[in-house]
Design a binder for this molecule. Structure first.
Ligand code: FE2
Length: 331
């Protein structure tokens, strides 16, 4: 494929240093590796050379497939998934999978053929936690034949209109429904695994907030020194990015656009101190190879404090841009 300015980007040249935010501590340790990556959104691939990496590590990042499958088993929640189910209430009690609608099948069926070492599923794979959605996703993940790493998005655990805080509802629906989608035995809010010399760290920021335990977990994992691929659902904030990103000083009730539509509690007044500290800690981690998120349904890359962050488009939302294939290799 011919490269042009639009779809070629050498990321190294765009390094910036982020200023301290009003509510956060300053990032004090800039990146020590060059992190000169090659990204091609046209073909959806990213190459990340990494000093000293012995084996190749190839992975695919998939987000926001937003499954809307349900059946009689969830009839009692019909009102809670009617809107995200694209107002299919008239067709209740059953909406069965329509494979042509979504492209997770393609993205996963080619995983083995493409010799992937892992698949990262970075949230909003489901539009709500119906039994049919979870079963459908689980079957596809298992069919991939390669290890997969799932972390929830804000919709995965959300049945609209149920009472309770985001924190409580996340806990409840992960336990009731989403548990089978995670690697066995992990803590769904934070876990890590080393594959081919690369540490995959999964952190659930689907409430837009980070708690104390997650912050400590990040610090412990980061201190281990091996190259880290961080997967989360919501992108981290850097100055200039949209105000609603994770760790934004602008995030809060005043700019919550959808709380009435999504029938949930309004965002807190502002983010927790741990959220700001987490953002700063991540952006100050010299062994961080990259941050991979979804949520915004668009292909973007951001660079802050010398770190590279990527959000992948909604899988199925565009005929070609369905996921990002990443290769890490020794440099
Ligand atoms: Fe989302």
């Amino acid at each position: 494929m011919q490269l042009n300015r639009r779809n070629f980007l050498s990321l190294g040249a765009a390094a910036t240093t982020i200023p301290a935010l009003g509510t956060s501590t300053q990032c004090s340790k800039p990146s020590t590796f060059p992190k000169e990556y090659f990204l091609n959104w046209g073909s959806m691939y990213l190459q990340m050379p990494w000093p000293g990496l012995k084996n190749k590590f190839k992975f695919r990042v998939i987000a926001d497939t937003h499954f809307i499958y349900f059946d009689k088993r969830d009839e009692q929640y019909a009102d809670n998934y009617a809107r995200m189910g694209l107002n299919q209430k008239a067709k209740l009690p059953e909406r069965l999978p329509a494979p042509s609608m979504y492209k997770l099948e393609d993205a996963i069926a080619t995983a083995k053929k493409n010799k992937l070492d892992a698949i990262m599923l970075v949230g909003d794979i489901l539009s709500f936690p119906s039994i049919a959605n979870v079963e459908y996703a689980k079957k596809r993940f298992d069919d991939a034949g390669v290890p997969y790493f799932y972390i929830a998005g804000n919709h995965d655990w959300h049945f609209e209109g149920l009472p309770g805080s985001s924190d409580d509802l996340r806990k409840e629906w992960i336990e009731k429904r989403l548990k089978p989608l995670y690697p066995e035995g992990v803590n769904p809010l934070m876990y890590s695994k080393v594959v081919n010399g690369v540490r995959i760290v999964a952190i659930d920021n689907s409430t837009y907030l980070i708690n104390e335990e997650q912050l400590e977990f990040w610090k412990t994992e980061a201190a281990k020194g091996d190259p880290i691929v961080l997967i989360m659902h919501i992108p981290l904030y850097i100055p200039g990015a949209p105000k609603g990103y994770c760790g934004s000083p602008h995030w809060g009730a005043a700019i919550d656009p959808y709380w009435r539509i999504e029938r949930r509690q309004r965002w807190a007044e502002k983010a927790t101190p741990e959220t700001f500290a987490f953002r700063d800690a991540v952006l100050s981690t010299p062994n961080l190879a990259g941050v991979f998120t979804g949520h915004i349904h668009q292909a973007i890359n951001m660079r802050g404090n010398g770190q590279n962050m990527f959000s992948v488009p909604s899988c199925g939302g565009h005929p070609k841009q369905r996921y990002l294939d990443v290769t890490m290799y020794g440099a």
